[in-house]
Design a protein around this ligand. Structure first.
Ligand code: ADP
Ligand code: MG
Length: 402
């Protein structure tokens, strides 16, 4: 794990912490429909408040594009945040000017202030230095606790970190530790499941993982492209004939690094992607001309279970089939449950992420049984691509006087 300074190592009494959170929770009107992000953030902050920290909380909400759209005000998050933090939360209806500073300076030890949506400022997404400077004026130490925003260099995630002592928050540390454990794989054999619709959206992911792990199971629509490259007929299946060179490149990289690629030997196909469509299992080299491949077949699921059964680390991104419609969810659900059982038995560490992947694990009823499920879609993908996330890089500068 990179040398990332953590706020838990600091004496925070009397210090004003400018904390960047991701409280971008789903809502219907003014009602928050899932408060998971608020409660997880608050769990990390409560010990800091108890130790006398003063919290100035910054978050984005939705995509106001610099406009002050009252529907995207974060004031509606305040009651839930106060409840979760266990202290009253004050509110500043601006996030980066003199008025905000006066609010922040009025905080006593163990008190919290929530500032209005950082994206109401035009400079936020452009990482405007003047805005970053205004954020930095709000406190003594910058605490980035928004891993899910770390792949964006914005004023409240990256710019500010250059201007003051900058450290990671508890949730950020937790996420980095889990992902590092899966990717740097102290426990071999380490295997990834990479599925989803298209090879073209996951090229960097595949290239990085085949150089780091012992095996990669390829599923979903992208397995079709691999099968097609090996000469299999595709019928009407989703596949990308223009990605055959990419497939060859990924295969060569895997060979070079001793990573085994696993493809489905059996597939489930149907005449259409629709509920109740008659599904048929055929060999991976035998998709009929009028059919589409929509899932991995039972034989493939058995193969993949055997691979996971030997793995001590399992990293998962992308469903194995078109899981949104039954019965094409079957391979994904069975493998998810198997990975969850291996995790529960203490046989493997399992880490999963990606928007549709998390939905698929919830659908299979096992999201809670994985060692770690990352809700940071974009940042998670960039991490497993092996990219440096600007929000994290800004915390690890060597010139920093933290
Ligand atoms: P994530 O959001 O977890 O990164 P992706 O967005 O890459 O995952 O992939 C999810 C999508 O891939 C789903 O919408 C699923 O229906 C689709 N998919 C998986 N297998 C197939 C297939 N054989 N044919 C068409 N679409 C597929
Ligand atoms: Mg997706």
């Amino acid at each position: 794990m990179q040398n990332i300074p953590s706020i838990t190592d600091f004496d925070v009494r009397g210090k004003r912490l400018v904390v960047r959170a991701d409280l971008n929770v789903p809502t219907e009107g003014k009602r928050v429909t899932d408060a998971t992000r608020i409660s997880r953030f608050a769990a990390g902050m409560r010990p800091l408040l108890a130790r006398g920290a003063r919290l100035v909380i910054l978050t984005h909400f939705g995509r106001p594009m610099g406009d002050m759209n009252p529907e995207l005000s974060v004031d509606k998050l305040r009651p839930l945040l106060a409840e979760a933090l266990g202290v009253p939360v004050r509110f500043s209806d601006v996030s980066a000017d003199r008025a905000t500073r006066i609010h922040a300076e009025g905080l006593a030890d163990g008190e919290a202030l929530l500032c209005e949506n950082v994206r109401f400022n035009t400079g936020e997404e452009e990482n405007d230095p003047t805005l970053a400077h205004a954020f930095a004026q709000l406190g003594d130490i910058f605490v980035n606790d928004a891993f899910s925003c770390a792949h964006r260099a914005h004023a409240s995630t990256e710019g500010i970190a250059r201007l003051m002592p900058a450290v990671a928050g508890p949730l950020m540390m937790e996420e980095i530790a889990a992902l590092t454990e899966a990717l740097e794989a102290p426990h071999g054999p380490a295997v990834a499941i990479v599925g989803g619709a298209k090879v073209s959206t996951k090229i960097a992911v595949l290239k990085n993982l085949v150089t780091k792990l012992d095996g990669v199971i390829v599923g979903g629509g992208m397995a079709n492209t691999f099968l097609h490259a090996a000469g299999a007929p595709m019928g009407r299946s989703l596949h990308e004939p223009d990605q055959l060179d990419t497939v060859a490149e990924i295969r060569a990289l895997a060979d070079e690094s001793g990573c085994t690629l696993y493809l489905p030997r059996e597939v489930v196909c149907a005449a259409e992607f629709a509920p109740g469509a008659a599904a048929e299992t055929v060999g991976a080299d035998a998709c009929p001309a009028d059919r589409l491949i929509l899932d991995a077949g039972p034989g493939a699921v058995e193969d993949f279970k055997a691979v996971l059964g030997r793995a001590r680390t399992i990293l998962w991104n992308g469903p194995l089939g078109a899981f949104e419609i039954r019965p094409f969810d079957r391979a994904t659900v069975e493998l998810a449950r198997y990975a969850a059982r291996r995790t529960a038995a203490g046989a493997a560490v399992s880490v999963a992420g990606g928007g549709d992947t998390v939905a698929a694990l919830n659908h299979a009823g096992v999201a809670g049984d994985f060692t770690y499920v990352s809700s940071a879609g974009g940042a998670f993908l960039e991490w497993i691509e092996g990219r440096t996330l600007p929000g994290i890089a800004a915390l690890t500068r060597t010139d920093q006087a933290a």
